[in-house]
Design a protein around this ligand. Sequence first.
Ligand code: BGC
Ligand code: CA
Length: 271
Amino acid sequence: MEESALHVRVDTPSGSAGQRENLPSRSEGIYENADAGQTLELHTAGHTPSGAPNVKKFYRVPAICLGLLCVLLLVRVITLILPYTKGNSECKSHMDSTQTIIYNLTKEMDQLQTSNRNLAVEQEQLQKKLGDMAKLDDLHRKFQAQQGWVYYSGSFYYISSLKKTWLESRADCQNRGADLMIINSREEQNFVSGFKKILWIGLSDGQTEGVWKWVDGTPLTTSFWRSGEPNSYEGSNEDCTEINGLNSGKNWNDLKCQNKNYWICEKTFAL
Ligand code: BGC
Ligand code: CA
C-alpha cells in the first residue's frame, strides 16, 4: 500500500438524538487523500463497503513500528542501566582495594614509627658514646700535656725521675690521682719492659706472706717472675715487687720495700 500524508475530517452529526434516529444510515465522514485524491468512507454500521481498504490493515504498520520502537527503547534503557550496575560493583571493588591499601599503609606507618623510636634510642646511645669519646680525647690531650705521662691501651703511665721506697712511690702515684702500675696482660708486660728501667710496680705480699696482691686488692693471676723469684732473698723480708732485667718475658723480682727505686704509676679512666 502506498503511504502518504492523510488528511482526515470527521463530521459530527448535528441535531438531537431523536432526529438522528430518523436519519437513514449514511456516511459519517469522508477520508480524503489530498495528494492521491483517494476518498475513504467510514460507516457507523461497522461494515466496510465493498471496494474500500480495510482499516485494521491500515494501522498494522504503525502499530508494528510502535512496538519496535518500544523494544528499542527497552533495549536502550537496559544498555543504560547495565553499565551503571557494573559501575556499582566496580566502585565496591575499588573501595575494597582502597581499604586494603589504607590498612597496609597504616601497618607500614606503625612499623616505621617503631623503627623511628628504635633509631631515636640508638641515636641517643651513639651520641652518648660520641660524648664519651670526646671526653676521653680531651683527657688524653690534657694528660699528654702533662710531663712524664704516656698513654697506652686505655691507661696513662707516669715514670718517676726520682728514686723512692715502695710506699713513698705509691703515695706519689696516689697524689697524682693514680696508683702503682698493675700488669694484667702480656702486652702490658711488654710495654713496661720497653722502658728498660728498674721500676716499682703495684704488687706486694705485705699483708700475708706468700699471697701476692695488686694495689687494687685483686689477686695475682698472670705473673712474670724471673727464674727463682720470688725468693725473699737470704731470709730477708722481700714483700714488694720490681721490674728488673732485660728479659721482658720474665723480669719480676721481690725486693725489700725499703729499697729505693724509680717507679711507674698507672691511671685508668672509667667512662
Ligand atoms: C737476687 C734477688 C734479690 C736481690 C736483692 C739478687 O741477687 O737474685 O732475688 O731480691 O738480689 O738485692
Ligand atoms: Ca727477690
